[in-house]
Ligand binder design. Structure first.
Ligand code: SAH
Length: 218
């Protein structure tokens, strides 16, 4: 056990106390996951001491890991109980994937950039997450083999809700997705219940683009 490990657990507790709770993150399971998952291990060494700051960070290949508050907000809005089959689009560094894996039964995560997929898989293996399945593909197509999903989390910005994701959402089910233009988006909670689809915007956000058949072109 090193002094460093202790310092980061203190940084995580402070992150929850100062950035999450005051902005309305109240789900204790989400707060527990956020204070447990070692976010600093998902970013490169030179950025580790900034990992618990109130901002996004670069993760390579022009992509970013979301600010802790946004990760917590999106996760809380999924209302996971622990028995769900979850689909995540945009593995990135795998941090959000790890949070979801703590709160659901199984997580299927798709990433289009090979270098990020490989790095994320390595980190998640190192941390011994056994309920995460990752692949390299265009996530706008979903992952039909493992559908339906009670929860779907899209962590890149889309011009619209990709039709395959709506099809693969269970009933009842919930999807979180940033929808808008390239520079600013509405974070939308999409609910499917008794065959009805409802949408509610919970925050204005700025995500990197979802690039694929049912997202943006390159
Ligand atoms: N949840 C991630 C956020 C990464 S940023 C994290 O915590 O690190 C969004 C990610 O979505 C990027 O890695 C980007 O490459 C990926 N992405 C963009 N379009 C995609 C698509 N069509 N399918 C899968 N991943 C995609």
């Amino acid at each position: 056990m090193s002094l460093e490990t202790n310092n980061y657990s203190v940084a995580r507790a402070r992150m929850a106390r100062e950035q999450l709770v005051p902005r309305g993150i109240h789900d204790q399971r989400v707060l527990d996951a956020m204070t447990t998952v070692p976010r600093h291990l998902f970013v490169e060494d030179a950025l580790q001491n900034q990992a618990y700051g109130d901002f996004p960070l670069p993760i390579g290949a022009g992509q970013t890991i979301s600010q802790p508050y946004i990760v917590a907000l999106m996760t809380q809005a999924l209302q996971l109980r622990g028995d769900e089959n979850v689909l995540e689009i945009g593995t990135g560094c795998g941090y959000q994937t790890a949070i979801l894996a703590q709160l659901a039964d199984r997580v299927y995560s798709v990433e289009r950039i090979k270098s990020l997929h490989i790095k994320a898989r390595r980190t998640l293996d190192r941390l011994k997450y056994v309920n995460i399945v990752c692949k390299i593909d265009d996530g706008t197509l979903g992952w039909p083999n493992f559908s339906p999903f009670e929860a779907i989390m899209v962590t890149a910005a889309s011009p619209d809700i990709p039709a395959p994701l709506l099809d693969q959402l269970a009933d009842p089910g919930r999807m979180l997705i940033p929808v808008g233009d390239r520079y600013s988006q509405s974070l939308v909670v999409v609910k499917k219940q008794d065959g009805e689809i409802t949408k509610e915007t919970i925050e204005q956000v700025r995500f990197v683009s979802l690039i694929g058949l049912h997202g943006w072109q390159e």
